[in-house]
Design a protein around this ligand. Sequence first.
Ligand code: FES
Length: 103
Amino acid sequence: MNNWIQVTDLKEIPKLGSRIVKTAEGDIAIFRTAHDEVFALRDACPHKQGPLSQGIVHGTSVTCPMHNWKIDLASGEALGADEGCTNTYQTKIEEGQVYIQIK
Ligand code: FES
């Protein structure tokens, strides 16, 4: 069963930043890009579980604050020479509210 969960108002997420949502699946980081796209990833870097929510968003990727791996927000995959992937969640925005899909 796929459940959409309303998590926050888009305005509550800083541009190029994120907000953490606590779920039964653990902490999920909701990122907002400069163009108001929203992505949701498990708040754990594929390298050593660094808090991606504290990273800086560039375009549609985030730089992990721990060792500077760059993670693609759409796929959750590490970019460049690094390898690894973190869970991603579908997002949607309706009437200014952000929803994520928890399977
Ligand atoms: S924990 Fe993210 S780069 Fe090392």
